[in-house]
Design a protein around this ligand. Sequence first.
Ligand code: EPU
Length: 420
Amino acid sequence: MDRFVVRPSGPLSGTVRVSGAKNSVLKLMAATLLAEGDFTLRNVGHIADVEIMCDLLVSMGVDVKRDGEALAIHRGSDLVPEAPYELVEQMRASVVVMGPLLGRCGRARVSMPGGDNFGVRSIDYHLRGLELMGAEFTVDHGFIDARADRLLGTRIMLEFPSHTATDTLLMAAVLAKGTTVIDNAAREPEVADLAAFLNRMGARVSGAGSSTIEIEGVDELRPVEHTVIPDRIEAATWVAAVGVAGGEVMIEGARPDHMDMIVQKMGDMGVRVAPSSQGLWASCSTRLRSTDVATLPYPGIATDYKPLVVAMLALADGVAIVTENIFRDNRFAYVAELRRMGADIRTEGHHAVVRGVERLQAARVKAHDLRAGVALCIAALAADGETSVDGAGHVDRGYDNFAGKLRSLGGDIERDRSGD
Ligand code: EPU
């Protein structure tokens, strides 16, 4: 049994510090494959996905050491350009090593990712873009074998602004011959962070953070030090916690400029949120109000915020329609768990109709993924009785000390590992 036990709490108060963004640091770690020497990454939270990426780098011959919130990465001259099944199976994002491996070694052997809790997630945009740059692929025994003598710059139009496909192509293009243009690129702040890291290494990337990224290939890159941007999804978690439990908190290190749309949406729901010199201040003293929400690629509302928003709407005054536009197959699994807590939510395809109730009821529920686990714990702050959220391990993938941080704000939450 590995679960969170949560009791009704609030109003919350105090200061919480946001860790480095999971979806940035994983790509920065992959990018260290592009140059020999010693890198330092700072503001790296203690999260399980980072551990998996460390294992992946080590399996390829890279030396990785942790020192508090920093990672010292030594990439020597020999690399084994392979991402094994055991690691890709644990973390789908492992596939982003394909771009830097192809760019640097001319070869990458990467286990094909299988299905996950979001349904079937393809990597066809990654492969098509690399193919346009001259890579050739064979698939054998569940592995993708990619080869290219030297990738060639070209124009790539993404069918959808996929976040990791943009990362893969960006990392592949920095050492390519000539200029690559990625059109309809993902605009996430984590993509801009990766581009800033690559530029510091000597790459020539412009336009990252907009829909068109231009990369002029260079022959060599050098190792650097870099501080990872804060995790905007974690920051929004603490805003959602205040929305559900009431109170006033300071979210230290948060970047409000990365969170415009979610801050506006949570404001529409009645949480007062304001930028401050320390990060983001959030306060709520009334019942939340319903508002419709649709997920969209950045700068729209990220799909990763959605379980938090649905937990808030479950308690809000009124009816809201929530539409999932990114992962249409299966990103409402947690709704059945919220219903077990007395939430009034109906789903139809990629829509959910949420009728807010005044209080939820404690129940035994199960998290099927990281974002769902966090949202269920936040909902439990306003549930009468003791809620047990099974599957706590999912939360470790992206949150450094989630329960400890929530407890520091006054949340009544414990981690129960008995029987583990
Ligand atoms: N897609 C394809 N083909 C591709 C790539 C994507 O069809 O080759 C589709 C996906 O199936 C999905 C849509 O395009 O329907 C968007 O997917 P995207 O590629 O943008 O997602 P991702 O890059 O795989 C990242 C984050 C996710 C986050 C999404 C959306 C990382 C490691 N993961 O995934 O984060 O939900 O972008 O913003 O960066 C999480 O942190 O819990 C998480 C799942």
